[in-house]
Ligand binder design. Structure first.
Ligand code: BGC
Length: 360
């Protein structure tokens, strides 16, 4: 090699290394802008991957989280997958690649969503399972209500009203771990009465994607198969309860057959004060959303997380924070839903004649 060629090659090498170092620095600054300007703290970004916004409660979850994030000065990215597992994985992947600091997931499918946990962990992002548990995955934290207790409350309430007779169980989505827990909770209460022969479960089905139309079909089938001899209906939530009540309406049985629910949706609260639905289980969503967001921020900051339980998910005992659900019926509507401002008095009682409304 000539002297000239050696010299040219040496200069080129120095030049290439210099460019490499410059690009490296630029990249580092791009991913860590906070470090570039000293003490200034990097904005925390929280991702929230939702299954659905169909039920009213999920719209509350979204709205409260958005407002609370603003209040706390953190950025929140929210996407809902409309019950499509591949879409939920893709949306979560998108948030992961946008560099969220922590990912909250309310999974459509408890098992399939394990992939989301793996993908997030591959990028060092912790995962909070929101309201619904992700199964068979190294979930970092689970924030929800005591969901077996939701089922207990439904079972206890309705067996007090109807200690003997023909029961129908209309459950939620088979892919949602909560639906399994709600059913277990209710069946645990029913079991001794079934064993003693007082209660006969004449129909027991789950409803795909929690669809009220599926629940309505189940109720129609149950009524036909039993010649309308149904004494009580346990519906896992208000949406399915509404479906079952539509089927009861076709047979002029509304108000005659007790029906349970869950979520304290406005429509369900109205049905309760109008005597069409017996009860609902109220889960204060503002409490869930703010607890989850506060804990998610702590996870992002690698601070200590307070928990009050653990829940087994098929792989690990997931550190959990579980809140208490509350029974709501005609009797305590004022002290719960109205007192908390969950729904306005005028909306809940809008179809009740003024003379029959409770005093404000
Ligand atoms: C939630 C319920 C909700 C249902 C349907 C469950 O996982 O816990 O509050 O009604 O999903 O969205």
């Amino acid at each position: 090699m000539s002297k000239f060629l050696k010299k040219t090659l040496a200069i080129m090498c120095v030049f290439v290394l210099a460019i490499g170092a410059f690009v490296g620095c630029a990249k580092k600054e791009e991913s860590k802008p906070a470090e570039a300007d000293g003490d200034e703290k990097k904005e925390i970004v929280v991702g929230f991957s939702m299954d659905t916004l169909k039920e009213e409660r999920w719209q509350k979850d979204r709205d409260i989280l958005t407002a609370r994030a603003k209040e706390l000065g953190v950025k929140i990215l929210i996407q809902a997958a409309n019950g499509d597992d591949n879409k939920q994985i893709a949306q979560a992947e998108n948030m992961i690649s946008q560099g969220v600091d922590v990912l909250m997931v309310a999974p459509h499918n408890a098992e399939v969503a394990a992939a989301i946990v793996e993908n997030a962990h591959a990028e060092g992002i912790p995962v909070l399972s929101y309201d619904r548990l992700i199964k068979n995955a190294d979930v970092d934290l689970y924030v929800s209500f005591d969901n077996e207790k939701v089922g207990n409350l439904q079972g206890e309430y309705i067996t007090k009203l109807v200690p003997k007779g023909n029961y129908v169980y209309i459950g939620g989505s088979p892919t949602d771990n909560n639906a399994t827990l709600f059913k277990k909770g209710a069946m645990d209460i029913l079991k001794p009465l079934v064993d003693s022969g007082d209660i006969n479960i004449v129909y027991d089905q789950m409803s795909k994607d929690w669809q009220p139309s599926e629940a309505q079909k189940h109720m129609e089938n149950a009524l036909t198969a039993n010649k309308n001899k149904v004494d009580a209906v346990i519906c896992a939530n208000d949406g399915t309860g509404g479906g079952a009540i539509s089927a009861l309406a076709e047979q002029q049985l509304v108000g005659k057959v007790p029906v349970t629910g869950q979520d304290a949706e406005l429509a369900a609260c109205q049905r309760i004060v109008e005597g069409q639905q017996s009860m609902t289980v109220y889960k204060p969503i503002p409490k869930l959303a703010s607890t989850a967001l506060d804990l998610a921020i702590k996870m992002a900051n690698e601070e200590k997380i307070e928990t009050n339980s653990t829940v087994e998910n098929g792989k690990i005992d997931v550190p959990s924070y579980l809140l208490e659900p509350v029974v709501v019926d005609q009797e305590n509507m004022m002290d719960t839903i109205i007192a908390d401002g969950y729904h306005p008095f005028d909306e809940v009682y809008k179809n009740v004649p003024e003379s029959e409304r409770p005093k404000k």
